[in-house]
Design a protein around this ligand. Sequence first.
Ligand code: ADP
Length: 166
Amino acid sequence: MTAERAGIAVCPGSYDPVTHGHLDIIARASGIFELVIVAVVDLPIRKQNTLFSAEERCRMISSEVGKLGNVQVKSFDRLIVDFARENGATVILKGLRAISDFEYEFEMNQLNRKMAPDIENVYMMSSPQYSFLSSSGVKEVATFGGDLGDLVPRAVAVRLDEELKR
Ligand code: ADP
């Protein structure tokens, strides 16, 4: 029996910048869903200013996910449930790290579920090696010239170095 893949999922986030933690979730999701749409928040309320423009954040992800074949990258600036509906997605997929993400995701889940009971929220546990990897941590490491080798793709490390290294 060949398993069928399950519809379209959107993976929202600020991706400022994309890390191997994000890419791990995206790659695993691409094995489960027919199509994965990485949804890059244009103006994140939670993160205020981003280091990279939405366009560059999208470009950095696109150049890493091309080989997967069923992943698209788009920016958005409205409710994720509306973006999901417009793109025919029935699932909002989020990665969960250690325990830090839980409370925020739990709250967002209740809000999204109320607005869009037709869209399911699915959570994928971070792979152990990426459980404590965040974009903000990566920016901190880059600021002080730390080694980004295991944390982000090479091209992203170069751009972080250009923008942040003191
Ligand atoms: P960050 O907090 O690193 O800025 P984003 O807002 O870009 O992350 O997060 C986008 C999505 O990716 C969220 O669902 C977030 O929980 C998930 N995510 C981020 N980093 C990781 C990681 N290292 N492992 C698993 N999921 C992650």
